[in-house]
Ligand binder design. Structure first.
Ligand SMILES: [Fe+2]
Length: 417
């Protein structure tokens, strides 16, 4: 997807255990490569060929494009530089499936990805198989002197592919939400339920805290450098904001009260006729929401999803509360005092997506992964129901534009003295 890069200087192994030999490292990376690549295909397998070419808006990409783009990533950044015998599968593909890497060369316009009906699905499947075989060969044969560098690129390629696995889901949900027949991605899908327990707020004492990645293992470069931040005394909501609370916001005129909104947010509310979170619609006088399981009644107990930063900010003002900063969120997450910090919805913070002190993007094209997006976006923390297994970290920084709401994005509140 269009975001994260990693620091090639921060490496780990998927199993998070010491690697005793090159052969053992080859085996670990081979298994991890197969696991992650198979997950992409598993997510796409629920979609028809027609489903896989649709692009419902410029921000969303077709599933077929996701499957090809993550494959191009391995071809471009792993095989071409590290395997002298590798032959490009199709000379037209780098133009079609490069996302935003200017240093790599020209590319097809993002809003027109849905027009690429050919190469077709079988061509993309053959592309994946060709690259899979070459990567597996490289992992099995890389000389010891190059192994660390090669495995580091395999690793970022897999984390990159996992980001696209989440996008594949959010993008097809957006497409299905435009379809009057309310298609179902997964008939067995169940909406997330909020965990039960005492609600209220948890205390985060004022202090200077280390923020950023320090656990060992993989991280993206935007999670570094580890640095100190001064945190005020803050109380952070134990629970996510629920649909029931959002219904109260709607009933109280939340979407029709300009004083609750940032100026850009109010402009967006009016321009896009927002009256509720994304994918909500009234049917038989009841709010329903388009989900991966089709159109469902809104569950008051579930965490609100598909809200933008503008909406999260307006809700916080309505509740006479605030959004936590990303550092406050991270301190609370490390203290393990929040319920549903991970696995339900990404949580908007009041922090702009900026470089940490001393941050430098990596040299070369991979340096474009994260650093060049550090303006005009807001940070979300945690992870969502669509985040693949093994892709969650307490220091993970997700980021989207403040009007974006097609991700599984929600919020939790904070309050100060
Ligand atoms: Fe990407």
């Amino acid at each position: 997807m269009a975001r994260t890069a990693m620091s090639l200087a921060t490496r780990g192994e998927p199993a998070r255990r010491p690697i005793h030999s090159l052969d053992e490292a080859r085996e670990i990376w081979l298994l991890e490569f197969r696991r992650v690549r198979a997950e992409t295909e598993s997510r796409a397998a629920q979609l028809s060929a027609e489903d896989q070419i649709v692009q419902s808006m410029a921000d969303a990409s077709p599933a077929k494009w996701h499957r090809a783009h993550v494959t191009w990533f391995f071809e471009q950044f792993l095989l071409v530089p590290h395997d002298p015998s590798y032959k490009i599968f199709d000379e037209r593909f780098p133009f079609l499936f490069n996302s935003y890497y200017v240093a790599v060369g020209p590319r097809h316009a993002r809003p027109r990805r849905g027009l690429i009906t050919r190469p077709n699905g079988e061509d993309v499947a053959a592309y994946r198989a060709h690259v899979d075989a070459a990567v597996e060969r490289l992992i099995g044969q890389v000389p010891a002197a190059d192994a660390e560098r090669v495995f580091a690129v395999v690793e970022i390629g897999l984390h990159h592919e996992q980001q696209h696995q989440e996008l594949l889901i959010t993008d097809i949900l957006h497409a299905f939400a435009q379809n009057p027949t309310d298609p179902t991605y997964d008939p067995n899908w169940q909406p997330p339920r909020a965990a039960q327990g005492p609600r209220g707020y948890v205390e985060v004492p004022a202090g200077i805290y280390a923020i950023g990645h320090d656990e060992g293992g993989f991280c993206f470069d935007n999670e570094t450098p580890l640095h100190d931040e001064l945190i005020p005394h803050v109380r952070i909501a134990r629970y996510l904001v629920t649909n029931g609370e959002w219904l109260e916001f709607i009933a109280a005129g939340g979407y029709t009260t300009p004083s609750l909104w940032l100026s850009d947010g109010w402009t967006t509310v009016q321009a896009d006729y927002w009256q509720a979170p994304g994918y909500w619609r009234e049917k038989d006088d009841t709010w329903h929401v388009m989900t991966l399981g089709g159109l469902k009644p809104v569950d008051p107990a579930g965490p609100v999803q598909h809200v933008s930063y503008y909406e999260a900010d307006a809700f916080a003002r309505f509740a006479s509360k605030h959004l936590p900063s990303e550092a406050e969120w991270e301190v609370a997450a490390r203290a393990n005092v929040m319920v549903d910090a991970f696995g339900k919805v990404w949580q908007w913070t009041r922090s702009a997506y900026l470089p940490y002190p001393g941050y430098r993007a990596a040299e070369g094209a991979l340096g474009e992964y994260n650093g060049k997006f550090m303006v005009s976006q807001m940070v979300l923390r945690g992870s969502s129901l669509a985040t693949p297994e093994g892709h969650t970290r307490v220091s993970y920084r997700n980021f989207f534009y403040p009007q974006s709401r097609w991700q599984f994005s929600g919020l939790r509140l904070a309050e100060f003295e």
